[in-house]
Write a protein that binds this ligand. Sequence first.
Ligand code: SF4
Ligand code: SF4
Ligand SMILES: [Zn+2]
Length: 328
Amino acid sequence: MKVTVLEQTDNTLQMRVEGVRPGLMNAIRRIMLAETPTMAIEEVVILENQSPLFDEIIAHRLGLVPLKTNYDQYVLSSDCSCEGVGCHLCQAGFTMEVEAPEDGFIATTGDLKPQDPEVVPVSDKIPIAKLAKGQRIVVEAYARLGIGQDHAKWQPVSTMAYKMVPHVKVDNNKCDGCKECVEVCFRQVFEMQKDKAVVVDEENCTLCNLCVETCDVQAITVSHDENNFIVTIESTGALPPMVIFEKGLDVFRKKYEELITSLPGRVPKAALKKPPAKKKAPTKKPKKKAPTKKKAPTKKKAPTKKTKATASKTKTKTTSKSKTKKKK
Ligand code: SF4
Ligand code: SF4
Ligand SMILES: [Zn+2]
């Protein structure tokens, strides 16, 4: 696998990922969407609400506010020693107390006062409620780590998409310079140069095939590479996009390790430590051949060649046989 960063800003990342099968790429995408933990407000205590909004609406709006996440200080409440009750290891608190100084005052995320300065809303301009003069809202809120598959508020990305790397070619010998491909392509992949269509931005192609259908002389071919992808990650602001990618891969690695260790042949590792006894057994196998009915005495030795667990059984069998023979 090879990863090349094409473009990166505070909240967006575009990169080229090569040498990956579509199934694996999609698994990574889904993990980033649904299983990369972020902080979000999970519990809201409404102490006073004079706004025209129901308590539930205010709580819902607070829950959807993206919060900057600090992985190093918090654990999932399900993994916390408090067993989900809520403590400084698994939750961060906020308070908000606002009173509108005038009609039309808008309470925003800027009015949320965080207990942890590192867990704050990604913006202080997200509106929560519009108030008339003198109306008050007083709340306590508690944020916890969670994952997107439990609720979308814990999803760290607004966009996580990929496309296969496109390949667009123009056969200059066939091109008659009609310009139709330039006009029909909404991604500006082509330009006319010296009365011929030229590919100038191949990676911008969406593989829609409009140009192929438009070109009457079949001068254009569009294909894609199934093992190379252009990946676009747009963060909500909760985490830098590169961190989301790394955490997603980390979650994927843990899943992979769990799968490997759960394989039937690997579970009894403790049992596999006994092989020394099993290794000695093979030397006894030749003795098993002894009981090949040639001599009764050798049959009695055979039992000792088997594992300890089966030895007693084999001994009883052999003794019974010897008895039956004697009777005969
Ligand atoms: S549509 Fe075909 S013939 Fe016309 S400019 Fe494009 S490549 Fe050339
Ligand atoms: S396939 Fe679509 S996006 Fe790609 S070059 Fe042709 S018209 Fe443009
Ligand atoms: Zn806790």
